[in-house]
Design a protein around this ligand. Structure first.
Ligand SMILES: *Cc1c(COP(=O)(O)O)cnc(C)c1O
Length: 389
């Protein structure tokens, strides 16, 4: 199936629905069919219609990859079986002895992959505060080959200046990678800001319905894209056609879901700020967020992830709030239509030593919300009653 040209000058919502995808060339099916096949009949040995074996290529996956490229404003989209599989393949672009400079406020699984899987193969990593570009420049060493940027971060919602770091990476001949999972392509477009690779856990906003695990990267450089397509086939961490269909379907409403989630998040932030039991609210949309200006510059809206802690800073108080909530389901993950509530100190960040947690503001009572697309007033009412502890 040849790539369908991206509609020229189309805006984001149109790209979500039409970008890189067209009706099925065989039948005219408007929705991309699920090509549930592992192999394809060949006309003669080595003569086929562009598809020989489904690890190498599958039309449902091709459609999704073209759609992802279109919505992220890149030339190439490449899907993997999870967000971490996408990261794993990006890190394989490096050689033993190379170093990754990563943000010190990184998704736990990304930290684990770097320190426990890649370190024994000689890929070094260093974790630094990336909020100050001057400090990042100072940290670049002779072996540094990649900047691994995450923004907004989890769970403290710190903001890193993508354009500044991408420019630094260019000056120093480094590959810049942005984990764009928390923002989604609707809110933030790292390639347009100068980054080399935008990476997603498609499990989150792209899929959007908490029913699939997948990863993706989008980029413009053809030589790097070729290496990643090679790795996708050679290492084989591919998503299945059914999952590709689900993410294609999810992307059709990405803009609507993220818009509504952001709107709900704004209401919730306001109510949290007014609640006398709440100590701090972390949200890049707040004027007093230390990098609000950068968030405003590089994001279309401020996202639907909100963290806050309690004046009574105990695990027990936080547990009570989480128990009281009805519409916020206690669960890991984010970016689905349903609102989730979580306690980073005992869930996602349980392996981080307490002193280190406290240094970055991750207190015992810190609660993280992934705000969904339910009715905003219902969510506000639910959270308000949950805080009556
Ligand atoms: C979930 C997540 C990942 C990992 O993605 P999986 O699909 O779970 O492998 C990476 N980065 C961020 C920011 C995430 O939230």
């Amino acid at each position: 199936m040849p790539p369908v040209p991206t509609p020229k000058n189309a805006n984001f919502a149109t790209q979500c629905i039409h970008g890189g995808i067209g009706p099925d060339p065989l039948t005219g099916a408007v929705m991309t069919p699920i090509y549930q096949t592992s192999t394809y009949a060949q006309e003669a040995p080595g003569k086929n219609k562009g598809y020989a074996y489904a690890r190498t290529a599958n039309p449902t996956r091709t459609a999704l990859q073209n759609n992802l490229a279109a919505i992220e404003g890149g030339a190439f989209g490449i899907c993997f079986s999870s967000g971490l599989a996408a990261m794993d393949n990006v890190l394989r672009l490096l050689q033993p002895g190379d170093e990754v400079l990563a943000s010190d406020d990184l998704y736990g699984g990304s930290y684990r992959l770097l320190t426990t899987v890649f370190a024994p193969f000689g890929i070094k990593s260093r974790f630094i505060d990336m909020r100050d570009p001057a400090k990042v420049e100072q940290a670049i060493g002779k072996d540094t080959k990649m900047l691994w940027i995450e923004t907004p971060t989890n769970p403290m919602l710190n903001i890193v200046d993508i354009a500044a770091l991408a420019a630094l990476a260019k000056d120093h001949g480094l590959l810049s990678v942005v984990d764009n999972t928390f923002a989604s392509p609707y809110l933030q477009q790292p390639l347009a800001l100068g980054a080399d690779i935008s990476l997603h856990s498609a499990t989150k906003y792209l899929g959007g319905h908490s029913d699939v695990v997948m990863g993706a990267v989008v980029l413009n450089d053809e030589a790097v894209a070729k290496k990643l397509y090679f790795l996708q086939n050679a290492a084989g961490a591919i998503p299945g056609p059914q999952d590709c269909f689900l993410v294609l379907r999810g992307i059709k409403t990405l803009h609507l879901r993220v818009q509504r989630s952001c709107e709900n998040a704004r209401h919730i932030v306001k109510v949290l700020q007014e609640n006398e039991l709440v100590a701090n609210v972390y949200y890049p949309g707040l004027a007093n967020h230390p990098r609000h200006d950068i968030a405003k510059k590089q994001m279309r809206d401020f996202g639907a992830m909100v963290s806050f802690d309690l004046k009574e800073d105990t695990l027990e108080a936080a547990t009570q709030v989480m128990k009281n909530a009805h519409y916020f389901t206690l669960a890991e993950s984010l970016g689905g239509v349903e609102s989730l509530i979580g306690h980073p100190a005992s869930m996602t960040h349980a392996s981080v030593p307490r002193a280190q947690r406290l240094r970055v503001g991750l207190t015992d009572s810190l609660i993280r919300l992934s705000v969904g697309v339910e009715d905003g007033e219902d969510l506000v009412r639910d959270l308000t009653q949950a805080l009556e502890i």
